[in-house]
Write a protein that binds this ligand. Sequence first.
Ligand code: ADP
Length: 472
Amino acid sequence: MKKLSIGMRLTLWYFAIFLLAEFAFGTGMWLILRKNLFDIADAALEGQAADLERFLEARKDAPAAQLQAEISADYKIERSADYLQISDASGNSIYGSRFFEKHPLPQLSPDQLARPRYENRRLGHEHFRFMSEMMAVNGHAYVVRIGHPLDEEMETLDAFRGYLLWFAPVLLLSASGVGYWLSHKALAPVDALARTARTISGHNLSNRLDALHTGDELERLSDTLNEMLGRIEAAFRRITEFTADASHELRTPIALIHTEAEVTLRRSRDEAEYREALRHILLEAERTAKLLEELLDLARADAGSEALDIHPIDLLVTLRECAAKWNQVALLRNLQFEEHLEVQRLPVMGDENALRRVIDILLDNALKYAPSPGKITLSAEEKDGHVAVSVEDTGIGIAPEDQARIFERFYRVDKARSRELGGAGLGLAIAQWIVHLHKGSITVKSEVGLGSLFRVVIPATTLAVGQRPDLQ
Ligand code: ADP
């Protein structure tokens, strides 16, 4: 089922809350008015009772029959006695107006009359309020009941209720209308944002949403969405460039293999020539395989740290293995290889294979870019809760403007030379990705003609090697 728009939902909420508020307010006002009207009626009843008390006081010791006669004559003429009933304490009637003869009310016990008693009654079509009290006058006890017709009060209450019932829906509808208009107005910029956002696709990622200058949440929303678009555009550009670079890099060795095979097959050749051609083809095939492996690594890098198996390891073991391997290669290339690994152990949280890859990339580069005779130094230390590994060479060095870019994908200082040496400019990008996933940093210090120093720093761990934190 399609959900209602926010504007509509806000209006419905507004309607419901307003309805409730109106109901509570109307009922409250009606009850207060009713109480006030009854208070006024009670005051009138009390006035009549006081009047009657004075009248009875003046007729001290008059027998019941005389009292009855005087009330029927004098009192009735001077004051209103249409709704008056007087009886003695034993319930014998002294006076009862015609009204009470027509509508006899139940007798009240002395207990019920401990205090003046007020009650509303509907008799026929009319409403009345009665006050009943025990009156002690000149040593005699009288039970007095006085009635007060409530026609006017009821009319006032009915009129008030009528106003409320007429006024409330008008107020409710106009308030809901205003609520709808307000919510619509407040949300209109969101609609505008959504319309523009709908027009943005991969082809026009440089477009931006109209910035709202409302100084509120909506301005923050449009700014945040624009920042997000900026990040998406940058990521999109990186992917496009990466795909273009990757295809370019793959095209070169494949074109070379193709040309080599084609030229060789144009005429018949002797065995040595075929061998040479196949050797070239093999070399290019190896390069392509290496490149594909690196591209896969980077694809994994983009997938995040799930691609790694991180647990406590002793990096010293890995460093020693790498040193032994690259020492041999250095010997073959007539380069001096020095290692300074005078530590007991280097415990870190890491993926052993990934970290070995970093060291291999750095040592491979150091050997590639160091002309013979030269020196490569691998050193490591543990300091301030961190493990630092340095690879130093006495090679060609890197100019300051290139130092900032060598960690970019496919960036090579000297394209021709790097390709000749088998590099596609992905090694350092891979190394940096691995180090970052280990919450570490990789930096370079270099001087053209003197050499380079690459330094990797990752946090040390206090966990015992081989222990897996997730299995504890
Ligand atoms: P490649 O596979 O081409 O070596 P890298 O990402 O490992 O790619 O390195 C990027 C570029 O940085 C290289 O092409 C090279 O120009 C430069 N570079 C890397 N290491 C060194 C070094 N030790 N000495 C001089 N230049 C280096």
